[in-house]
Design a protein around this ligand. Structure first.
Ligand code: ADP
Ligand code: MG
Length: 623
């Protein structure tokens, strides 16, 4: 019914096919290319970058509605080029009309025409080496004559009353603040990819963003410097260098330590051949790489740059050019995952520098910073040399990790035995990266003295991590060792959790826990993972039962190993609230030093905090 009435209402002319006017074509195209002020800013700044500019200044009044102006010191345009520039499908960038090997940011030749179709544009430009500047005006697609203008080398484009010619689009713009913010984010992305270019953004009254050129630095430093100036100094201090190559694809950039993470994935940036792109590929790959180190709701901060031969990627997917298609998606994803994992493993148990400053902040009465915020706190600390020392130690210990452990058989922590060195005979020394244990507080925290400070270890978090890493390692090699209980334990549960446990009995056995059904609502436990040490079997099985209830049925325990090991570790020998002997504490510290990723627990929280003497002196006003 409705449809019929609707059709009746169509104008009679609907049946006649007509060619659209150039103006309408441009307005339709503009709808795709310039969605909002931020997209106009992106196109104009990309043009400036393509023109080889070293300084780019952007001003946006009223969130870009009233005015967007972009000034650059690039190659500029002659009077005849100015006329062509604002024509649709006119570009200087597609050599031989080759859509396969695209090396510039622009290539479609439609941005200026689109913007000029829906606003009032003034372009003033002076070409390199030219004596005079020229200007051209376009008003909603109506082009005025080229006239002499005033401008030093480069180009200035002023866009006024954006979308005034397309009121429908104008209506959809958000608040000044939102539009401005979006453009600022866009500009920051462009700035991350182009560290050699200096940028400013202002709202007409003040400069809200600026990034100085890093021209004098080497490529890697220059990039880190730029990323630091945008993502914060903390990022710079907590970033790992990423550099990998596979089959002609190069991946570089910086990724933050897991302890420097954020509550959403908005701080993850991907650039493909210098172009900022949004790609779900990145989110998935990053999640995969960090899954061992971060809780599900925490997201690492990172900026990755993929460089591929131009013919390996199609950038011509969408008019806004913010999506790309790789010839081999899997190859890129695999490269990202393995490079990140590699960097994280090499970082060993280095925890974020912000952890210590958050701790110091928390100790200072005026300034109470909760740990959950540690990623966001400004830090004045330089990265410590601790990570290097750790890396070295890890190298020399890797071959013995199997022997050094919380030895399950004895139900006690045994001292690590290094090849050629009998560690039992060596007195604990402050020279160890994590120092020597001096005491335990609240049956939960180990305090140890290092050569130049002190370390506080959360014994439970640390142990949980160690169990997890050992479990993972064991599963990869000879399998998890089990310890037979002298007296099998019967654990009474409710029916459903008991049934769930039994259903997963095979998987649990692979993790070292052997259970069998024991009537309705009960299981009998015969063997437990040896590496847990003395185990509170009842508590462990009950918690696992609960955990399985919450766990997605489709996930294997191996996929949720972090959670399962966490639960197991809770009932092992080093849980919070258990008193440890000095030997046990030192064994734990030594194992942490030798275990990759022990700087954070399975949920991305730090397992230890290090305070340098200098920091402590500051606390007491000695510095
Ligand atoms: P595209 O960037 O895809 O080529 P545009 O419509 O954005 O298309 O620009 C058209 C042409 O105008 C460009 O190819 C370039 O030659 C010229 N141009 C645009 N902006 C600038 C600028 N800031 N400096 C120098 N030339 C420019
Ligand atoms: Mg362009």
């Amino acid at each position: 019914m409705n449809e019929i009435t609707h059709r009746k209402n169509l104008p009679q002319s609907a049946g006649i096919i007509r060619r659209l006017s150039e103006r309408t074509i441009n307005q339709i195209a503009a709808g795709e290319v310039v969605e909002r002020p931020a997209s106009a800013v992106k196109e104009l700044v990309e043009n400036a970058i393509d023109a080889g500019a070293k300084h780019i200044d952007v001003v946006m009044r009223d969130g870009g509605r009233e005015l967007i102006s972009v000034t650059d010191d690039g190659c500029g345009m002659s009077d005849s080029e100015l006329v062509l520039a604002i024509e649709r499908h006119a570009t200087s960038k597609l050599r031989d009309e080759d859509l396969v090997n695209i090396e510039s940011l622009g290539f479609r030749g439609e941005a200026l025409a689109s913007i000029a179709a829906v606003s009032k544009v003034t372009l003033v430009s002076r070409a390199k080496g030219a004596d005079e500047a020229w200007s051209i005006k376009v008003d909603a697609g109506t082009v005025h004559k080229v006239a002499p203008g005033a401008q030093r080398q480069g180009t200035r484009i002023e866009v006024r009353d954006l979308f005034y010619a397309t009121p429908a689009r104008l209506k959809f713009l958000k608040t000044t603040r939102t539009e401005y913010g979006q453009a600022q984010d866009m500009l920051k992305r462009l700035a991350m990819a182009n560290p050699e270019v200096a940028f400013t953004l202002g709202d007409g009254n003040r400069t809200t963003f600026q990034a100085a050129s890093t021209l004098q630095l080497g490529q890697e430093e220059s990039r880190l410097e730029r990323l630091g100036s945008i993502l914060g100094k903390d990022f710079r201090d907590n970033a790992l260098v990423i550099d990998a190559e596979r089959e002609g694809i190069r991946l570089s950039g910086f990724a933050a330590l897991p302890t420097y993470s954020r509550g959403n994935a908005q701080h993850q940036f991907l650039f493909v051949n210098g172009r900022a792109v949004r790609d779900r590929l990145l989110v998935g790959a990053v999640r995969g790489a960090y899954q061992d180190y971060l809780a599900r709701d925490r997201h690492p901060v990172l900026a990755l740059f993929v460089d591929v031969p131009p013919d390996f990627v199609d950038v011509n997917v969408h008019p806004a050019k913010s999506e790309v298609r790789f010839q081999d998606q899997g190859l890129v994803r695999g490269l990202i995952v393995s490079a990140l994992r590699h960097a994280l493993a090499a970082a060993g148990h280095r925890a974020s520098t912000t952890v210590a400053s958050a701790a110091l902040g928390a100790m200072q009465p005026q300034n109470n910073l909760p740990y959950s915020n540690f990623g966001a706190q400004p830090s004045a600390r330089a990265p410590s040399g601790l990570s290097d020392a750790m890396a070295e130690l890890q190298q020399s210990y890797t071959s013995q990790t199997d022997q050094m452990t919380l030895d399950g058989g004895a139900g006690q922590i045994s001292q690590p035995t290094a090849r050629g060195v009998d560690i039992d005979a060596v007195q604990p020394s402050d020279d160890f990266p994590l120092g020597s244990a001096r005491g335990q507080l609240h049956a939960t925290y180990i305090i140890s003295q290092t050569s130049d400070g002190l370390v506080i270890v959360d014994q439970h978090a640390a142990h949980e991590r160690l169990v997890y890493e050992r479990m993972k390692k064991a599963m990869e090699s000879e399998g998890v060792k089990r310890q037979t209980l002298l007296l099998p334990e019967v654990v009474e549960l409710e029916e459903r959790p008991a049934a769930r446990l039994i259903k997963r009995a095979d998987e649990l056995e692979a993790l070292g826990l052997v259970i069998e059904p024991f009537g309705e609502g009960a299981v009998v436990v015969r063997e437990v993972p040896a590496l847990l040490g003395t185990t509170d079997v009842k508590g462990l099985v009950r918690d696992l039962g609960d955990e399985l209830t919450e766990l997605d049925e489709t996930l294997s325990l191996k996929e949720r190993l972090g959670d399962v090991c966490g639960t197991m570790a809770c009932h092992g020998s080093v849980r919070a609230g258990r008193r440890l002997t000095v030997e046990e504490m030192n064994a734990l510290l030594r194992e942490m030093e030798a275990t990759p990723h022990s700087g954070q627990c399975n949920h991305g929280r730090p397992t230890y905090v290090e305070l340098k003497l200098a920091d402590i002196e500051k606390l007491f006003g000695r510095r």
